[in-house]
Structure formats: structure tokens, C-alpha cells
Design a protein around this ligand. Structure first.
Ligand code: PGA
Length: 246
């Protein structure tokens, strides 16, 4: 995996406060000494930490992303919501959209499509999460699910150069389970095929850790990893990065 651009995206979910940011000193130091030049390190903290984190990371190669955004391009009467324009304004360069934890709260592909378009307009890069549930997998619906997530989620978006796909089987998120290598290759190839001639970067996400990374890194059609739980501990996250690039 070492000859191409590798992505390591940290999804902090609803964890972290101002004090947590101190733990990033280790990763900042690491990012400066890392020999592999072709890597992208992106931290997606809760929205409350985007501003302080982006300030802290100013002189580093590490970029900041958000974990979701409202679909409206404009400001409006949406209590509790934040749109992409606002996220960009406080330092986000990326936004995770379509994460299964938000799909479970009722987001569907149509809504995610609006979110993606709005975020692109605001100038953010997208990390678009797709993946099947365990039930869908058991019913052999994986391809069908991925297909509609791509078709509807990316509808009318012709230029996909600012969209990164994160394939995250729902049943692998936070469970310690990862797909069998063959199944993972099949899904990634299926996604690539659906995306057409200019395929986006495709990351894998779901229980990535210091042990299974050795197996995952061998799949050279993967462009990097979206890491949840293990990214909250800088030591564990550095371990994953080191094992991938070495
Ligand atoms: P996990 O989360 O690494 O804790 O499984 C991944 C994600 O939800 O993006």
C-alpha cells in the first residue's frame, strides 16, 4: 500500500473535550517525523472541538473534518443543526456523511444526497460512508444496498473528485469483526465499478485495530482507513498508521 496516497481518518464520534486535545501532541510529533510523505491524516472530532483543533493543527499536515452536517446550504431556523458552510468557517475541510449511526437515526440516501451536494458547494471534501447491515449481508443484499447508496446518495453529482468513499459494513462497526478478505475485496471492487471511470478513493472502516491492520493493509485496492474507537487513543492510532506504512 506504500506507493499511493493513504488516508487515515479518525472518527471521534461523541467523545472528547478540550482537555482531550492535549493527547494529540503525540500524533502531531509523529506526523512530523513520519517518512512516508504520501499520507493524509484527518481528524473528525465533535463539532465543539473543530475550531480549537484546527487552531492547534495549523502548522501541521493534519487536517480537520466534521462528523455530519445539515443539508441546507443557507442559514435557517433549524434548532440544534449546523450546516457545511458553518463547519468550513471554523476550520473543517472534510465532512463525514452517511455514517450508519446517523442512518440509524433516520437519514436516508435522498437526504444524504442533499447533504453531500450542500457540503460540496460549501467547499468541503466528503467522506461518504456506505455499507450493509448484518441482516442485509445474510440475505445476500450487500451489492443491492451498496448500489442504491451510491446511486441515490451521489445522484446528479458528476464531479466526484472531492468525494472519498468509506466502505463500513454496519455489522463491523464497534464489534471487533471485520469482513473476510475475499468479501471485502469483492465489495470494494463492486463499489469501484459502480463509481465509473474515475473511481474515488475508497477507505475501509469498521473495527480497524492494531491487530487486524496487518491483514487489511495487504488489500492494496483500499486507499486507507476510517478509524473510530482506536483513533481516540493516539498510541493505538499511531500503531495502526505505523503498521500500515511500514
Ligand atoms: P470503529 O468505528 O472503528 O469503532 O468500528 C468506525 C466508524 O464508525 O467510523
Amino acid at each position: 500500500m506504500t506507493n499511493k496516497y493513504l488516508y487515515f481518518v479518525a472518527n471521534w464520534k461523541m467523545y472528547g473535550d478540550l482537555k482531550t486535545l492535549n493527547s494529540l501532541d503525540k500524533i502531531i510529533k509523529f506526523s512530523k517525523i513520519i517518512k512516508q510523505k504520501r499520507f493524509k491524516l484527518i481528524y473528525c472530532p465533535p463539532s465543539t472541538l473543530i475550531r480549537p483543533l484546527s487552531k492547534r493543527l495549523k502548522k501541521t499536515k493534519i487536517e480537520v473534518g466534521a462528523q455530519n452536517a445539515h443539508e441546507s446550504e443557507n442559514y435557517g431556523a433549524f434548532t440544534g443543526q449546523i450546516n457545511s458552510k458553518m463547519l468550513k468557517n471554523v476550520g473543517a475541510r472534510y465532512v463525514i456523511l452517511g455514517h450508519s449511526e446517523n442512518r440509524q437515526l433516520g437519514e436516508d440516501n435522498k437526504k444524504i444526497n442533499l447533504k453531500i451536494k450542500s457540503a460540496l458547494k460549501a467547499g468541503l471534501k466528503i467522506i461518504y460512508c456506505i455499507g450493509e447491515t448484518l441482516k442485509e449481508k445474510r440475505n445476500k443484499k450487500t451489492n443491492q444496498v451498496l448500489s442504491s447508496q451510491i446511486k441515490i446518495g451521489l445522484k446528479t453529482i458528476r464531479n466526484k473528485s472531492n468525494i472519498i468513499i468509506a466502505y463500513e459494513p454496519v455489522w463491523s462497526i464497534g464489534t471487533g469483526l471485520i469482513p473476510k478478505t475475499n468479501d471485502l475485496i469483492k465489495s470494494i471492487l463492486f463499489i469501484k465499478n459502480k463509481l465509473g471511470k474515475k473511481p474515488s478513493k475508497i477507505l475501509y472502516g469498521g473495527s480497524v485495530n492494531g491487530d487486524n491492520i496487518k491483514k487489511l493493509k495487504k488489500i492494496n485496492i483500499i486507499d486507507g482507513f476510517l478509524v473510530g474507537g482506536a483513533s481516540q487513543d493516539p498510541k493505538k492510532f499511531i500503531d495502526i498508521i505505523k503498521k500500515t506504512i511500514n
